[in-house]
Design a protein around this ligand. Sequence first.
Ligand code: SF4
Length: 429
Amino acid sequence: MSESFLHFLWRCKRFNSSSLQTTQGLPLDILNPGEWNRHSGPDFFNARIRMDGALWAGNVELHVQASEWDAHGHSSDPAYDNVLLHVVYEEDRPVISASGKRIPCLELKGKIPPGLIHRYKQLEQQRSGIPCSKFWRDVPEEIRRGWLTQILEERLEQKSGVVMRLLDDTRQHQDEAFYRLMARNFGLQVNTEPFDALARSVPVVVPARLRSSLLQLEALFFGQAGLLDRHFEEEYPRLLQREYALLRHKFALSPMKASQWKFMRMRPSGFPTRRIARFAALIQKNPFPLSSLMAAGSLAEMEELLSVELSEYWKTHYDFGKSTAASGKRHTGHAFIHTIILNTLVPFMYGLGKRKGDAGLIGKALDLLGDMPPEQNKITRFWQEMGENPANAAHTQALIHLRNHWCEARKCLECEIGGHCLAGAATVA
Ligand code: SF4
């Protein structure tokens, strides 16, 4: 028995509640278990119960053993003085409040359907896959869909939190905030922070002023990235060095440390050098792409707006001085463009919609996810093996979030799927 399971039992009233009595024999009726308090203080607020014929409204505290009340220091804490019911698995001893009153106690031992305990143990002890692996396929489609819709909303809320912070940092400058978020996502996890630092080091108006020359844009970004601060044999990087020296002086810039960039365990096509070159090409194509992306009428139009061709040097190099015939894609691939849309444009539209109270913009972000193809990665393949057949990116985004933030954290007792699995077991002997 764990306290989290006890919480679940109380919250969802999954125990035999007919003819309930406190341990002192007072008749008890649970009208409302109350609101779960995830912060300090009693576990549930505003519960409503009828005890010995009288109606009560107030707080409820839960413990596996009643003696944990003292062990957790509640006996001397005035925040627990007005607890009207102590719900325990076992009352190993009576509990007295700080003001000297015996706190009414409900003992759940013997009132939990054995099938429910058995199913809970199955969830808890499942080690391969996810805890509900054995039951997932039996959960009705409408329950899975409904839960995944909530999970998608949670994911978008979480991702748009970064957008809110960027808007605040830039004093609501949408283009600057979007430029920084896009730069972060060009880092693709491994180089997120250096890309973030790079974008912060040169406000979007600076590259916008240089958009007539891709050479100058590359000089600006590679120079600021600290990647030009070494000796080169080839003429092209030397040219970038000379350009950067002028730009550095003109805009009073100071470069980052090259050591911040990570190249290890990465395919050449993912090297930050190639990503910086692609970022420079995208800024040249459109330094303020937010408005045109939001106005685009289709996914294909967005793909066109985000697709760029690398400069001649980067068509045949993956790093300075390192050329290869097979140097990867010259044009931006669809998979990368979709990653940028998923991680930059969608959260940006969603966050902006939330901030402005613009339901149309929020709906547009959701529609865009519905139009995008499902993602293909380790997590989506796992769900496919579980029987899910994602139709679009809205579905895969929800599945990825569920796996990473719920299943991995084993939050099954708070999950609708877990609740359904246990509900099905409530009467199983
Ligand atoms: S969190 Fe939900 S979906 Fe994930 S394993 Fe637990 S019950 Fe299943």
